[in-house]
Structure formats: structure tokens, C-alpha cells
Design a protein around this ligand. Structure first.
Ligand SMILES: Nc1ncnc2c1ncn2[C@@H]1O[C@H](COP(=O)(O)OP(=O)(O)O)[C@@H](O)[C@H]1O
Ligand SMILES: [Mg+2]
Length: 269
């Protein structure tokens, strides 16, 4: 097993009574697998991802349990040790590419950032690797985009730039936290296609987070459904999608009117 999460918990203690955002979350992932986490807003999906990436290390929050990635418990690492993993072995992309991209840095320089941190390469080598990653992320004309600024890109292209940055060191695990939520349906479908291709070509495992079970169904083999910090059901995505055991899951399946219109038509007009 590549990633073995056991009884992960995130408890906030900074505002009055302790608040459990993630409650005994357990999940195993194999190499190359694509697993979805789905749940309504506030159900603890992002906090689960942030805990895995060591992004909740601050006073006022306690992270418990274990998350063994290729033999190492990520939750037991020091900040410095964890930095060695971030971007290299596991990467994360977020919903809002504009807030994650630095507006004062050219796209190419940002894609190269983790190369600069983790590897000693010449400028030319770095650029070649960046262009490769940009092509993998589906950016047309990588040479041109390399020199552009984030504000010159569309939302979909920005998200592709983020994906390129996340993939430039070929991590074995990509965590994607609602990466298509801010995008329109057509672009969303294209980004999902790109993630699938990355998975196929590179064998990158993907932990894909969304409030939308329809989107998860398009990409993932397996899904866990979260409600108020807990897993309420899990299984093969078709099974959960077509035969949900929980009413809550049924509502998540039905919660996307835009997708219903697409059914049968196939195209998106
Ligand atoms: N810094 C914080 N302090 C207290 N509660 C928080 C904090 N950040 C998030 N939460 C709470 O944790 C819960 C889970 O949040 P989150 O993981 O972001 O949900 P989502 O499933 O939408 O990604 C929510 O109820 C949220 O209000
Ligand atoms: Mg979230």
C-alpha cells in the first residue's frame, strides 16, 4: 500500500469547545490509484488533505492518527523533514489557481519552483523539465506560456499551470482539492481528462476531493463519502453512485442540476 491513513483526526481547540473537523478518517491507497473524497461543504475534506500535507501545524489545532506514505508516517515528521516530501513525493493543488499562483512571477518560474528547491539543475535543464510538465498538464504552447504572467492566462490555463507546478518533480501522489470547482463545466471536463492522462502516463496516484459526486464518478475508481468529519460510506464509485446506502449520499448524487442537462446529449453545446 502506498498510503495508509489510520484514524486521522483534526481537532480545533482555539474557539471555546473543541471542534472535531476530521474524526477517525481511515483510507488506504495503492500506487497509481485514483480515489475520491466527496462530501458537502464543511464536511472535513480540505482539513483531511491539509493534515496529510502538514498544513495544519499550528497552535489551536491538533492532528492525530497516522498517515504512512511509502513506509514513513507523514504526521510524525518535523516541518523540515516534511518539506523534503512536499512537491517531490506528494503534491497538492487547490481550487483557486489565482490565489495559489504568485501574480508577480512568470508562469515558467513558478512551475520551476520546486525544482529549484529539490534539485540541482542548470537553467536549461530546469526549463526543459518545466516545459515537459507544462505539456503534461495540457498547456498549449508551453514555450509561450512559460514567459507569461498569471493574469494573462484564463482560469483553466491557470489551473493547468498549477497542475504543471505540482507535477514537475513527478510526485507519486497528487492531492487535488476541488481543482475544477471554480471552472465552467466544459473546462472542468477537460481538466479531469488531463488528470486521467497524467495518471495513465505517469502512474501518479490521485486523491481527488470534490463536493460533487458526479465529478468524482468521472475520474475515480473508489470513493469515500464524508459527513461532519466522518466517513459515512465508501466503495467502488459506480456502486456508491448508483446504489448509495445513505440518504446523504443520494443527495450528493442529485445535487448537481447542470450535470443532468448534459445527460443523454453528450456534448456541452
Ligand atoms: N481554523 C479553523 N478553526 C476552526 N474550525 C475550522 C477551521 N478551519 C476549518 N474549520 C472547520 O472545519 C470543518 C471542515 O472544514 P473543511 O475541511 O474546510 O471542509 P470542506 O469539506 O468543505 O473542505 C468546517 O466545519 C470548518 O468550519
Ligand atoms: Mg474544502
Amino acid at each position: 500500500m502506498m498510503l495508509d491513513i489510520r484514524d486521522l483526526s483534526v481537532v480545533f481547540t482555539d474557539q471555546g469547545a473543541p471542534f472535531t473537523a476530521v474524526d477517525k478518517f481511515s483510507l488506504g491507497m495503492d500506487r497509481g490509484e485514483i480515489v475520491g473524497i466527496v462530501g458537502e461543504s464543511g464536511s472535513g475534506k480540505s482539513m483531511t488533505a491539509h493534515a496529510l500535507m502538514g498544513l495544519i501545524r499550528r497552535s489551536g489545532a491538533a492532528v492525530g492518527g497516522s498517515a504512512v506514505f511509502e513506509g514513513t508516517d507523514l504526521l510524525a515528521l518535523s516541518r523540515e523533514e516534511l518539506r523534503q516530501y512536499q512537491g517531490r513525493d506528494l503534491s497538492i493543488i487547490f481550487q483557486e489557481p489565482m490565489t495559489s499562483l504568485n501574480p508577480t512571477m512568470r508562469v515558467g518560474a513558478q512551475v520551476e519552483e520546486s525544482l529549484r528547491i529539490h534539485e540541482k539543475l542548470s537553467r536549461a535543464e530546469r526549463k526543459a523539465r518545466a516545459l515537459d510538465a507544462m505539456a503534461l498538464a495540457g498547456l498549449p504552447e508551453p514555450e509561450k506560456v512559460y514567459r507569461q504572467w498569471p493574469h494573462q492566462l484564463s482560469g483553466g490555463m491557470r489551473q493547468r499551470a498549477m497542475i504543471a507546478s505540482a507535477l514537475v518533480l513527478r510526485p507519486r501522489l497528487l492531492i487535488a482539492d476541488e481543482p475544477t470547482t471554480a471552472l465552467d463545466v466544459t473546462i472542468q471536463a477537460q481538466i479531469l481528462e488531463t488528470l486521467k492522462e497524467v495518471n495513465r502516463k505517469e502512474g501518479t496516484a490521485i486523491l481527488f476531493i470534490s463536493h460533487d459526486l458526479g465529478v468524482v464518478k468521472a475520474l475515480c475508481g473508489r470513493v469515500v463519502v464524508m459527513k461532519r468529519g466522518r466517513i459515512v460510506e465508501s466503495g467502488p464509485v459506480d456502486e456508491v453512485f448508483y446504489h448509495p446506502r445513505e440518504e446523504y449520499t443520494r443527495l450528493l448524487v442529485a445535487s448537481r442540476p447542470a450535470r443532468k442537462k448534459l445527460k443523454g446529449g453528450g456534448g456541452d453545446g
